[in-house]
Design a protein around this ligand. Structure first.
Ligand SMILES: NC(=O)c1ccc[n+]([C@@H]2O[C@H](COP(=O)([O-])OP(=O)(O)OC[C@H]3O[C@@H](n4cnc5c(N)ncnc54)[C@H](OP(=O)(O)O)[C@@H]3O)[C@@H](O)[C@H]2O)c1
Length: 227
């Protein structure tokens, strides 16, 4: 089956590694979500003929809705959604500017919810869908909700969305969350232990799950981990 795959934040870091890796599966059409469309188009062209840049800014819901409807008008149904884009701001709850908390919740969790809501009806109609939510061990209660306040709360919210939404869709649709490990990107820094393609590996695995595969679960290194 020829699938249309949308990757948010596909222009750099782990998202770019996901696009590059999936583009090698030549049957898939890759939509590289980005904010700077000119840069995104240059990236897409350099990766392959099955990669197309699409404008996808998650900062505000009205802009996001406009971008989602343009993408669907041009490319039709999304079969695979990878909610990868994310931000991380340092700061404890009482010291952080509250606008940064709301911005983090919007980009890391609410926009992922909006994208899932937009893509799920088409997936349900087609009896096929794969959604990968790029979370973090810092969003795991079992691992202690470490990391900066707004980041860990937003990723815990993304985990909760994954767990609950997966129960409310047919089992031909797989919605899972994952932690990529500590990855050498602008967010992870250059001392991180993993390359972007190592960080992308579990996402590729989850997009290729069979119909009897798991849903509503949390993964690292292709293995289940605790919420
Ligand atoms: N790196 C790690 O060690 C690590 C560990 C655990 C989880 N993660 C998660 O993995 C995902 C990717 O992280 P990364 O390390 O690749 O980060 P990164 O290199 O900083 O890239 C972040 C991506 O998100 C996009 N983005 C940020 N704000 C956006 C917005 N308002 N609208 C649309 N796109 C936006 C960026 O686009 P622009 O270029 O336009 O800014 C960029 O493509 C994130 O969800 C992160 O939380 C990373």
């Amino acid at each position: 089956m020829k699938r249309t795959v949308l990757v948010s934040g596909g222009n750099r870091g782990i998202g770019l590694a996901i696009v590059e890796s999936l583009a090698a599966q030549l049957d898939d059409i890759l939509l590289l979500g980005c904010r700077n469309i000119k840069e995104g188009q240059e990236r897409a062209t350099s990766i392959g003929h099955n990669v197309h840049a699409v404008e996808l800014d998650l900062s505000k819901n009205d802009v996001l809705h406009h971008h989602i409807s343009s993408i669907m008008k041009k490319h039709g149904r999304i079969d695979v959604l990878i909610n990868n884009a994310g931000v991380l701001y340092e700061g404890d709850a009482l010291k952080l500017d509250e606008s940064l908390f709301y911005q983090t919740m919007q980009i890391n969790a609410m926009a992922a919810y909006e994208l899932m809501r937009a893509c799920l009806p088409g997936m349900i109609e087609n009896n096929y869908g794969r959604i990968v939510n790029m979370s973090s061990g810092w969003g795991s209660f079992a691992e202690g909700l470490g990391g900066p306040f707004s980041y860990s709360v937003s990723k815990a919210t993304l985990n909760a969305l994954t767990h609950t939404l997966a129960r409310q869709v047919p089992d031909t649709i797989k919605i899972n969350a994952m932690c990529p490990g500590w990855v050498r990107t602008d967010m992870g820094g250059q001392d991180a232990s993993r390359s972007p393609s190592e960080g992308a590996d579990t996402a590729i695995f989850l997009t290729n799950l069979h119909n009897d595969g798991p849903s509503g679960r949390f993964f690292r290194d292709r293995k289940l981990i605790s919420w």
